[in-house]
Design a protein. Structure first.
Length: 317
């Protein structure tokens, strides 16, 4: 003990001794508890709680926590829309969401005390409060849950609006982190890439996806095309053996001129679009529409839209 006291900064020791006294402990008892904890848990008690994070580290940690919260939000959405869910299930899911939100808030407080230190993560850091605002909106919407089912439509709709906004902002955050190289892109098991003068289209099957399930990513090749496609709704091509399922971010209701009815299509945001594709009615190996044909058809759909837009603009002059 004497050796420890001599080597320790006097101010630090006095501060620590004061904390120990507040808890009714002397130095020997404090050190004993410290070693007991390590013996029981295999790590120091401060290993995770007092790790020295940089602002960049905490930004990445919070981004991961936001992703965990999104998974929980999707689970809650499924429960709200399910006919089989009961109130205890929904209440337990909401409690877990609150726990995740509290963890994000704790790290947010830590981050607030740190200066910006990484030009790569600083833009992402500035997005965090806005994303947390939408997460709070989801949590607040669930505060009106009744003790009996069914869940009121107003609650479901309010929750859905906040979830859509949250997912949009989180997708943008992840895109910024990936573009900066700080967030790794999942390695695809199979990938087909198609390029034309307007877009680059990747049809990807990640390792963790079931056979026959794909991600389709589209990116415009110029700022001019990005501006022309921004927010425009495009109808999916009808392809034998393929179905498309856009998420809440890139999905958009589009009027089909052939049927006169609205159907779910896709849109570009900031030059990007992404959605899922599945094999339907056929095993993937025998699907009549190959992934490269899918990319070619989507490319044609974009080209037709841009040509129609060009013709429309020419007709105005």
């Amino acid at each position: 003990m004497a050796a420890i006291n001599i080597k320790m900064d006097i101010v630090l020791k006095n501060t620590g001794d004061e904390v120990l006294r507040e808890h009714g402990l002397n130095t020997t008892q404090g050190i004993t508890h410290f070693y007991e904890y390590m013996a029981q848990h295999g790590k120091p008690p401060f290993f995770t709680e007092t790790r020295h994070f940089s602002a960049g580290d905490l930004t990445l940690v919070i981004a991961t926590q936001f992703s965990d919260a999104l998974n929980q939000l999707h689970k809650i959405r499924e429960l709200l829309n399910s006919d089989d869910a009961d109130f205890p299930q929904i209440a337990a899911a909401k409690l877990e969401l609150s726990r995740l939100a509290a963890g994000i808030l704790q790290n947010g407080w830590r981050l607030e005390s740190l200066p910006e230190d990484n030009v790569l993560t600083d833009p992402a850091r500035r997005m965090l409060p806005r994303i947390n605002y939408h997460l709070t909106g989801c949590d607040f919407a669930l505060s009106d849950l009744p003790a009996v089912l069914p869940v009121p439509v107003k609650v479901v709709n309010t929750f859905g609006i906040s979830l859509a906004a949250y997912e949009t902002e989180l997708t943008l955050l992840q895109s910024i982190l990936r573009d900066s190289g700080l967030l790794a892109r999942p390695e695809p098991a199979r990938e087909f890439v198609f390029r034309d003068e307007n877009v680059v289209i990747s049809v990807i099957q990640p390792d963790e996806y079931q056979h026959g399930a794909w991600i389709v990513r589209m990116q415009t090749k110029s700022l001019e095309r990005e501006n022309a496609l921004e927010g425009a709704g495009l109808i999916f091509p009808e392809l034998k053996g393929r179905v498309f399922l856009p998420g809440t971010v890139y999905g958009k209701a589009v009027l089909n001129p052939l049927t006169g009815k609205y159907e779910m299509g896709f849109q570009f945001l900031s030059g990007f679009s992404e959605f899922h594709m599945y094999s339907s009615g056929h095993e993937e190996e025998h699907n009549p529409t190959s992934p490269d044909k899918v990319a070619e058809s989507l490319s044609l759909r974009v080209s037709v839209y841009l040509q129609e837009l060009l013709n429309e603009m020419a007709g105005r002059h």
